[in-house]
Design a binder for this molecule. Structure first.
Ligand code: MN
Length: 250
């Protein structure tokens, strides 16, 4: 098998290296990732400046490409030119930090899997759902299992997988579950502060607030120390409301 590997944290990050080393057991891995942290850049692409990719050497001595572009740019660069073949899968991660609920709409990790999907390659994004992640090995090993399953089965068109692995010791992980995306948002999101020169500035953050039932969601799976796998569709249409809205007679 051949893999295009990317992330939103930068080419020289431990999550990418752990994933690269495990996936290498299944075949050839081509890492193409941003040359700097690009977390929470969503599905942005570079249109108004030159996009570059330079060969780099990873900590294990293997070859990779670093790009000044976004995670989505890296997928386009990799698939269209750099790796010189069509990979069987695009894998994005391993992200240190959760990509649950509304995080999906902000996540560069997830958006890279979206880009792979749009370009017709089966894709998944994988994150460890903890704040200070030191051990990527359990998630990397799970990625191998999942890659085998994706290859053996079939992802429908315009569908990719968003995976979150609980940040606990491997023996504490209670299997994997197929989940839906939770609804949660950030409360008290914007903090206004004063800088040392007396000027106001803002800082985004806030606490997470779950909305609605968590049953069957990615958030619930992580709370229960299960690996969460959410099949995500790229069609954002609200199909039920579409029918109702036809009666509006605008
Ligand atoms: Mn990240």
């Amino acid at each position: 098998m051949k893999f295009l590997l990317t992330n939103d944290d930068g080419i020289h990050t431990p999550g990418l290296l752990a994933l690269k080393q495990e996936l290498s057991k299944l075949g050839k891995v081509y890492p193409v990732a941003p040359d700097r942290p690009r977390s929470a850049t969503g599905h942005s692409i570079t249109l108004h400046k030159p996009l570059r990719a330079i060969p780099v050497t990873l900590a294990d001595g293997s070859s990779a490409w670093a790009s000044n572009g976004t995670p989505s740019d890296c997928v386009v660069l990799g698939l269209s030119d750099l790796i010189g073949c069509k990979p069987d899968m695009v894998v994005s991660g391993i992200n240190p930090g959760p990509n649950l609920g509304e995080d999906l709409t902000y996540s560069g990790t997830v958006s890279a899997a979206m880009e792979g999907t749009i370009l017709g390659v089966p894709s998944f994004a994988i994150s460890v759902a903890g704040q200070e992640v030191t051990d990527f090995a359990p998630a990397a090993r799970f990625a191998v299992r999942l890659a085998k399953a994706v290859a053996a089965h079939h992802l429908p068109p315009y569908t990719f997988l968003n995976v979150n692995v609980p940040a606990v010791a491997e023996e504490e992980i209670r299997g994997s579950v197929i989940t839906r995306q939770a609804r949660r948002k950030y409360k008290g999101r914007l903090e206004k502060r004063i800088d040392p020169r007396g000027m106001e500035y803002y800082w985004l953050g806030g606490e997470l607030l779950n909305e609605g039932s968590l049953t069957g969601t990615d958030v619930e799976a992580i709370q229960q120390n299960c690996i969460s796998i959410t099949p995500v569709h790229l069609d954002l249409t609200q199909h039920e409301f579409l029918e109702e809205m036809k009666a509006w007679d605008i």
